[in-house]
Design a protein around this ligand. Structure first.
Ligand code: ZN
Ligand code: ZN
Length: 280
C-alpha cells in the first residue's frame, strides 16, 4: 500500500500527481518531467523522481526532504537533487547532517540554492527557472521550460539542400526557442505574474488559491496567501490553457469551493480550471 492516496491528473500525455491541503501537506509531482514541486511528507510514489524543487521552508511543503534523500539511498537509487531558496541552504544542510547523525548513516544528496532568475538543468533540453513569490523570505516558484532551436524565419522557405549549404558555410540558421511547459507558483500572496512572459505562456499553471469565503480575507492576508478575489483578478491577466488549483483550505467544504469558483470565474476560465484535490 502506498503511503498516500494522491490526486491524479492527465493533461495531453503529461501526468500530474499530488496532494495539497493548506497547512497540512503540499506535494505536486510530474514524473515525466522528473520534477516534484515541494515534497510534503515525501509520499512513496515520488521517491524515484530525481529533482525536488522546494518553494519555501514551511513544514507542510518541506517536511519530507531528508526522508526522500534517505529512502533513495535505502532503495539503491542515485542521490536525489533538491533545489531550495538560497537562504535555506544552510538550515537544510544542517537538518540533513543532523539526520545522518541520528540515523548513524550519512544521508547522501545534492542541495542546490537558487535565487529568482536562476536556471537548473533537469534534462538535456529541460530547465527549471526560479522566479520570486511573496510568501516568506526568499520564497520562489518554478517554471519548467523546454529549450529547442528553431529555423530563423528568413530561412524558412529554403530547401534541405540549401540549408545544408548554409550550415557548411558556418551560417547561424537557428534561433533559440523556449517552450514553458508548466509553472508552479507555490504559496504566495497576489503578485502580477503577467509581468513574466514565460509564466503567461506556460501551458499549465499550478497555482494556490487558499481561501474562498468573504470572512477569510484577513486570513489570506495574514498568511500571505491568495483569496479567490485575488485569484480571479490574476487569472484575468493570464492565458494558460490549463489551470490547476492547489493549497485549498480545510475551512471551506470542497463543494462550496467548487460553487464559489464557478460563480467567480468566467465560463471560459472555469472550463480550464481543475481543483487538484477533486481528482482523487
Ligand atoms: Zn502552505
Ligand atoms: Zn507557506
Amino acid at each position: 500500500m502506498p503511503s498516500h492516496n494522491l490526486a491524479y491528473i492527465k493533461i495531453d500525455e503529461l501526468e500530474i500527481i499530488g496532494y495539497s491541503v493548506a497547512g497540512e501537506e503540499t506535494v505536486v509531482a510530474m514524473p515525466q518531467l522528473d520534477v516534484c514541486f515541494d515534497i510534503g511528507k515525501a509520499p512513496d510514489q515520488i521517491i524515484s523522481i530525481n529533482h525536488v524543487l522546494l518553494t519555501h521552508g514551511h513544514m507542510d511543503h518541506a517536511a519530507g526532504f531528508a526522508y526522500y534523500l534517505s529512502q533513495r539511498n535505502f532503495c539503491g537509487m542515485s542521490p536525489g537533487t533538491i533545489l531550495v531558496p538560497h537562504n535555506l541552504l544552510r538550515p537544510i544542510r544542517e537538518i540533513i547532517n543532523a539526520w545522518g547523525r541520528l540515523d548513524g548513516n550519512e544521508v547522501p544528496g545534492k542541495v542546490v540554492g537558487v535565487k529568482p532568475g536562476d536556471e537548473y538543468q533537469i534534462k538535456p533540453n529541460l530547465f527549471a527557472r526560479a522566479f520570486p513569490t511573496k510568501h516568506s523570505i526568499g520564497s520562489v516558484g518554478y517554471c519548467i521550460i523546454e529549450k529547442r532551436k528553431k529555423l530563423k524565419t528568413e530561412y524558412a522557405k529554403l530547401t534541405g539542400q540549401q540549408i545544408v549549404e548554409l550550415k557548411k558555410k558556418g551560417v547561424e540558421i537557428d534561433c533559440p526557442l523556449e517552450i514553458p511547459i508548466v509553472t508552479y507558483v507555490g504559496d504566495t500572496q497576489y503578485v502580477d505574474f503577467s509581468q513574466l512572459k514565460y509564466i503567461v505562456e506556460s501551458k499549465i499553471l499550478i497555482v494556490e488559491c487558499t481561501f474562498y469565503e468573504d470572512q477569510h480575507t484577513d486570513r489570506a492576508e495574514a498568511g500571505k496567501h491568495m483569496h479567490i478575489t485575488e485569484f480571479t483578478s490574476l487569472l484575468d491577466k493570464l492565458d494558460n490553457k490549463h489551470i490547476i488549483i492547489v493549497h485549498t483550505t480545510q475551512r471551506t467544504p470542497m463543494r462550496e469551493i467548487r460553487r464559489l469558483l464557478k460563480e467567480s470565474l468566467s465560463p471560459e476560465k472555469h472550463e480550464r480550471t481543475i481543483l487538484l484535490m477533486d481528482r482523487r
